[in-house]
Design a protein around this ligand. Structure first.
Ligand SMILES: Cc1cc2nc3c(=O)[nH]c(=O)nc-3n(C[C@H](O)[C@H](O)[C@H](O)COP(=O)(O)OP(=O)(O)OC[C@H]3O[C@@H](n4cnc5c(N)ncnc54)[C@H](O)[C@@H]3O)c2cc1C
Length: 277
C-alpha cells in the first residue's frame, strides 16, 4: 500500500514550522522511522508533513549547565557515537537497544519520545532520569517533565500545533549508578519488558517499559547491601502492580510480571554496585 497524498513542507525556522502546524492537519516528520510506516499502512493521513530534519538550531548536541541537550533533529546514532553521551551513561546504555543501527541512523531521539511507543526505551530512560522536554507552540516555549510527557500509548503532552524542539538529560553525578536491561525476541525488536534504573545512595528510581501504556516510574529505598535474592520479593510485588497488559502472542501477562521482577532486581543491584564503587 502507498501513503495517501500529502503536501510536503521544509520550513526555514521553528516559527515557520509552528505556523504550518497551527494551520491544522499537519504532522512533524523527523527521522520518519515510525511515521513513514504509519503513512504507508494508511493508519494516518495527515494533509501536510513538516520536515524538521534540516531546521537551523535543532541539530545541537552539547553538554551545558549540567545537562545533555539533544536537539529535535539529532539522530539516535549520532548521540550513540558521540563523546557527549558519556555524560549520561543511561542514555548510552539504552541506545543500542533502540531498533537496529540502520534505523538509529535516521531516527531521532526526540522523535522516539514524541512517538511514545509503550515499549520504547528512550521515553523510559528520560522519565527515570527526570529529563525535560522542550516544546514550542503558538503560545511560545514550555518545558514538560519527561515523567509527565507520555500520557498514554502513542500519546503525549504535545499538542497538534506544537513541536518538540529538544530534550535535556541531567548529567550523571558522582555517586550515581545505572542499570538498563530488556528482553526482546530478537535484538532490535521492541522489548517484551525492560527497566531503566538510577541509584544514588540507597535511593533507586526505576522506570519499567513494555508493560503498560506508558513508562511506569517507581521510587525504592534500598538496604545498604542489596542482593538480587533479597530484592526479588520487592521487585516481584512491584511487577505484579505495574504490569498492565493482558499479554499477547509474544508473552502472557504472567510472563511479563516474572520477567520484570527478575530484570528489576538484577539491574537495581548492578546500579547500586556502580554507585558505591
Ligand atoms: C523495524 C523497526 C523496529 C523498531 N524498533 C524500535 C525499538 O526497539 N525501540 C524503539 O524505541 N523504537 C523502535 N523503532 C522506532 C524508531 O526508534 C523510530 O526512530 C522512533 O520511534 C521515531 O523517531 P523518528 O525520528 O524516526 O520519528 P518519525 O517517524 O519522523 O515521527 C514519529 C512520530 O513522532 C512525531 N514527531 C517526531 N519528531 C517530532 C517533534 N520534534 N515534535 C513533535 N512531534 C514529532 C511525528 O509527527 C510522528 O507522529 C523501530 C522502528 C522500526 C521500523
Amino acid at each position: 500500500m502507498k501513503a495517501a497524498p500529502f503536501a510536503y513542507c521544509r520550513p526555514d525556522s521553528v516559527d515557520e514550522a509552528v505556523d504550518v502546524l497551527a494551520g491544522g492537519d499537519a504532522k512533524v516528520l523527523a527521522g520518519g522511522q515510525s511515521l513513514v510506516p504509519v503513512l504507508a499502512m494508511r493508519l494516518g493521513r495527515p494533509g501536510t508533513l513538516v520536515d524538521i530534519t534540516r531546521l537551523p538550531g535543532l541539530d545541537s548536541l552539547v553538554v551545558q549547565d549540567g545537562q545533555l541537550h539533544v536537539g529535535a533533529a539529532v539522530r539516535q546514532r549520532r548521540v550513540e557515537r558521540s563523546a557527549e553521551v558519556a555524560a549520561v551513561p543511561l542514555v548510552a546504555r539504552a541506545l543500542p537497544f533502540v531498533g537496529h543501527r540502520e534505523l538509529r541512523s535516521r531516527g531521532t531521539v526526540c522523535g522516539s519520545l514524541a512517538h511514545a511507543d509503550p515499549a520504547a526505551e528512550l521515553p523510559a530512560v528520560a522519565a527515570c532520569l527526570g529529563a525535560s522536554v522542550v516544546v514550542r507552540g503558538p503560545g511560545g516555549e514550555r518545558v514538560v517533565a519527561a515523567a509527565d510527557f507520555v500520557t498514554g500509548a502513542m500519546t503525549t503532552a504535545v499538542g497538534p500545533d506544537e513541536l518538540v524542539t529538544g530534550v535535556r538529560f541531567p548529567v550523571a553525578g558522582a555517586g550515581e549508578g545505572f542499570g538498563f536491561a530488556e528482553l526482546a525476541r530478537r535484538h532490535g525488536d521492541f522489548a517484551l519488558a525492560g527497566v531503566a534504573v538510577r541509584v544514588r545512595g540507597e535511593a533507586a528510581t526505576l522506570a519499567a517499559f513494555g508493560v503498560s501504556d506508558r513508562p511506569v516510574v517507581r521510587e525504592l529505598t534500598l538496604d545498604p547491601d542489596p542482593t538480587e535474592a533479597g530484592l526479588r520479593p520487592v521487585t516481584d510485588a512491584l511487577a505484579a502492580e505495574v504490569v498492565d497488559t493482558d499479554g499477547d502472542a509474544h508473552g502472557s501477562r504472567g510472563y511479563r510480571v516474572r520477567l520484570l521482577g527478575v530484570l528489576a532486581a538484577r539491574e537495581i543491584v548492578r546500579a547500586h554496585r556502580e554507585a558505591h564503587r
